[in-house]
Design a protein around this ligand. Structure first.
Ligand SMILES: Nc1nc2c(c(=O)[nH]1)N[C@H]1C(S)=C(S)[C@@H](COP(=O)(O)OP(=O)(O)OC[C@H]3O[C@@H](n4cnc5c(=O)[nH]c(N)nc54)[C@H](O)[C@@H]3O)O[C@H]1N2
Ligand SMILES: Nc1nc2c(c(=O)[nH]1)N[C@H]1C(S)=C(S)[C@@H](COP(=O)(O)OP(=O)(O)OC[C@H]3O[C@@H](n4cnc5c(=O)[nH]c(N)nc54)[C@H](O)[C@@H]3O)O[C@H]1N2
Ligand code: SF4
Ligand SMILES: [Mo]
Length: 740
């Protein structure tokens, strides 16, 4: 194997033109690939088409897949490196068992599964079924998400299952359901370039939804005017017509202020409101007091920017609203979204070409995984777990009595609080790394340490898995077959490219095995994930997210199919609400009045600065995956604290100095990046790192009362200059690319 520092000429001379950087470090010859597999990226909700290069049952590289319509061959820095996980030296290759005081030891599959099943029975026998909980994730395929919901309700019979989408999509989903009756982006992305004006609120699309940037630029080339709301001048904000540097938590001031101006200037579609909505009068009444000046006070920006935004948005003939976690990660996250949706409803610009909106779904299967029944309040098909008719339908599909299906359980944060309080004593967790991603880390760690039994399924030893009693080695996306649903609502097919490495197992097999050990094997007797998908199709039939007409074959023929697709001859539904027919029983939109309220913790004399958190392009979520990929670690090795020069001056901090960012709950030490692209009252830290670099040591455990999303985007901190930690970078994994 050659070193990374070898010159390209040397490498070519030794190996010929086909060399690949390998996870173990350095370079190796790959020769011609055995096959190219047309599939999708495993990371974000864009779910880009990609061709994986396979050699000797290993993923060794990629080629673009230019025919796939969503991304047309384009990929971001994460997508082009995802292939380096399959043979990564950190892959878990055996079940592990915790040995008190001595770390982990390898364990065979049989005793590992037997112990998990025995602990489930013991804890449930002693404390009731709900004392054993399940936490899952939205990187799981639709098949696995469906399986986990069924496993919790049918095999474990616990009410307490929830998923990491609770940290992500639930505010957008709740608002969308309230107003339009359906939780899905209203339009396909092909509508974005057709809009005359775009409003992008709380979305750093250049870094977090990179392919969407291309759609926005196409709109701009067609003459669209673009408005961005963000406390930071993100890369996309630097190229737009109007950037509003809103104070964290101040968006309702802007949205209600814009609507106030639109009403005054006669830019409301009265005919649409009369024919297709209920409750609009209350919305108008609520925004009466939101003059641009009043809105500006809340938003911390000049009133003229709100007027300008209304002047761009109000009179346009076509428009598209895009929003993401910047307005959703708040204890008023649902209200923020409702206020944004009022701008769409008031203008009547929805359900037509170039007219609509989308929440930018975050995780790979952020859309599908929130429909298949792994939320604490939901059954498959986005059905309601408290609706007797919905329960009966699913009970029939599952062949269980309706009364045996548990009712609504706890959502993620209350679930962790119940662990902390000792009410939940056992936990099975997969596809979730709460020890990095949940707010108020010290509390989360305490909770995990109180569990009587904790099992984790992951392909890497995540920070959370380090607290488990048993860890099972799971499979990557490319090692199993299944579907996901992308940001647009397009159901797509992930093909199996390679077998899971020796020692690991496909996760659906692990779950079905556990179900059998709990005495429910007959309900989990699947021979393949295709059989699970076929059951999911039936379970979703007649529900809001109806997949009945979608088959893997149809997906392959049509490059994805948009739900709802109720029958095999139905073409799918790229654009919802055509003809202004909305998802509520009365067919109308139900806009809601919104009043601004402060965050759970505003800045004050003691903690005078607002901390907001989010992402950077090279890393993904809790970083378990991307902090192991050398090129991405090289691109962004550590987190930082972004601050304005005026604030830095006050604090006596220079660019590159280390700072301690401290809240009432915890602190972290990171280098300062002093730049003019952030509001002077706010600092920003990306959250992908663990331990003493974890933004979530400082964040607050406050949640939205409706969606239960945590308030990741606001808490109060003080920032002080700190000595460079002796162990700076010590917590990063070794560079997988091997810079030796
Ligand atoms: N590179 C990368 N891409 C990703 C991910 C990743 O981890 N890395 N994760 C995926 C997932 S799961 C998600 S959820 C998405 C998230 O995608 P985004 O929501 O776009 O990303 P964030 O960085 O969480 O937040 C977006 C912006 O919100 C701003 N913001 C903070 N507070 C406020 C506020 O009060 N109002 C407004 N208007 N803006 C505010 C921040 O400055 C930030 O620029 O990205 C997906 N794509
Ligand atoms: N401060 C702050 N915190 C945040 C956010 C923020 O903006 N600021 N954003 C929040 C958001 S939007 C999100 S989505 C969450 C995400 O937070 P998490 O869900 O905790 O993040 P992931 O990194 O996806 O963790 C998933 C774990 O699952 C594993 N995994 C991935 N795919 C699979 C699979 O198919 N099977 C199994 N078994 N394991 C798998 C990964 O290796 C990883 O260890 O973080 C939230 N936390
Ligand atoms: S934009 Fe998202 S799906 Fe596309 S390559 Fe990047 S991480 Fe993967
Ligand atoms: Mo997310």
């Amino acid at each position: 194997m050659a070193k990374l520092s070898d010159s390209i000429e040397n490498l070519f001379a030794r190996f010929g033109p086909h060399v690949e950087q390998v996870p173990a470090g350095g370079w190796a010859p790959i020769g011609e690939a055995d096959k190219l597999v047309k599939t999708h990226c495993c990371f974000c909700g864009q779910q880009c088409g990609i061709q994986l290069k396979v050699k000797d049952n290993r993923v060794v590289g990629f080629e673009p897949w230019e025919e796939f319509p969503f991304n047309q061959g384009k990929l971001c820095p994460k997508g082009v490196k995802r292939y380096m996980q399959n043979a990564h030296p950190d892959r878990l290759l055996s079940p592990l068992e915790r040995v008190d005081g001595a770390g982990f030891r390898d364990l065979a599959w049989e005793p590992a599964l037997a112990r998990i099943a025995a602990e489930m029975k013991r804890i449930q026998g002693a404390n009731g079924n709900d004392a054993f909980a399940v936490l899952t994730g939205a990187s799981l395929t639709n098949e696995k998400a469906y399986l986990m919901g069924k496993f919790a309700r049918v095999a474990l019979r616990t009410a307490n299952i929830d998923y990491n989408g609770r940290l992500c999509m639930v505010s957008a989903g709740a608002a969308s359901k309230k107003v339009f009756g359906i939780d899905r982006a209203a339009n396909p992305w092909s509508d974005i370039p057709k809009a005359e004006v775009l409003l992008i609120a709380g979305a750093n699309i250049a870094e977090c939804a990179p392919i969407t940037t291309d759609y926005v630029w196409r709109a701009r080339e067609n003459g669209a005017r673009i408005i961005v709301l963000d406390p930071r001048m993100t890369p996309i904000a630097r190229t737009v017509d109007l950037f509003i540097p809103v104070k964290p938590g101040g968006d309702i001031g802007v949205f209600n202020g814009m609507l106030h101006v639109m009403i005054k200037r006669g830019w409301i579609d009265r005919a649409f409101i009369a024919a297709h909505t209920t409750g609009w009068e209350a919305v108008e009444k609520a925004v009466e007091k939101y003059t641009p000046e009043y809105g500006a006070k809340i938003a911390g920006v000049p009133a003229s920017l709100i007027v300008k935004a209304a002047e761009l948005w109000g009179p346009a003939k076509t428009s598209f609203l895009l929003h993401a976690r910047g307005i959703e990660h708040h204890s008023k996250g649902v209200d923020n979204c409702l206020a944004a949706l009022n701008l769409v409803v008031g203008s009547g610009r929805i359900g037509r070409e170039g007219c609509g909106y989308a929440m930018i779904t975050g995780q790979g299967n952020g859309q599908g995984a929130r429909e298949q029944g792994q939320k604490c309040d939901q059954l498959p098909g986005a059905r309601d777990i408290e609706n007797p008719e919905h329960r009966r339908y699913i009970a029939d599909v599952w062949k269980v009595p309706e009364e045996s299906i548990p009712h609504k359980g706890l959502s993620a944060i209350p679930l962790v609080e119940a662990i902390h309080a000792g009410r939940i004593k056992g936990l099975l967790l997969l596809c979730f790394n709460p020890l990095v991603s949940l707010p108020d880390q010290n509390f989360v760690r305490e909770a995990l340490e109180k569990l009587e039994f904790f099992a984790v399924i992951d392909f890497f030893l995540s920070e959370t898995a380090q607290h488990a009693d048993i860890v099972l080695p799971g499979s990557l996306m490319e090692e199993d077959e299944g579907t996901t649903t992308n940001v647009e609502g397009r159901v797509i097919h992930h093909k199996k490219a390679v077998d899971p490495p020796a020692g690991t197992r496909e996760e659906w097999k692990i779950i079905c095995d556990l179900a059998a050990r709990l005495g429910q094997g007959d309900k989990f007797a699947y021979a393949s994930t295709k059989e699970i998908f076929d059951e999911l199709r039936v379970a979703s039939k007649g529900g809001i997210s109806d997949y009945y007409g979608i088959t893997w074959e149809r997906i392959d023929e049509q490059m994805g199919i948009f739900w709802p697709c109720p029958s095999l001859d139905h073409p799918g539904t790229p654009r919802l609400y055509e003809g202004a027919k909305f998802g509520h029983a009365d067919g109308k939109a139900h806009p809601q009045p919104v009043e601004w309220r402060p965050a759970a913790e505003e800045a004050d004399a003691e903690y005078p600065i607002i901390l907001t958190t989010g992402r950077t392009v090279a890393h993904y979520l809790s970083g378990t995956q991307t902090r192991r990929i050398g090129a991405l670690v090289g691109q962004t090795p550590e987190p930082w604290c972004e601050m304005h020069p005026r604030l830095a001056g006050k604090l006596g901090v220079a660019d590159g100095d280390f700072v301690r960012v401290e809240s009432r709950r915890g602190w972290l030490t990171v280098p300062a990046r002093v730049l003019t692209t952030i509001r002077p009252d706010t600092v920003f830290v990306p959250y992908h790192w663990p331990f003493d670099r974890a933004a979530n040591r400082a964040t607050i455990r406050a949640i939205d009362p409706v969606s239960n999303i945590p308030e990741f985007k606001i808490c109060a901190v003080r920032v002080t200059k700190a000595p460079r930690p002796d162990d700076a970078l010590a917590h990063l994994p070794p560079q997988a690319g091997g810079l030796s």
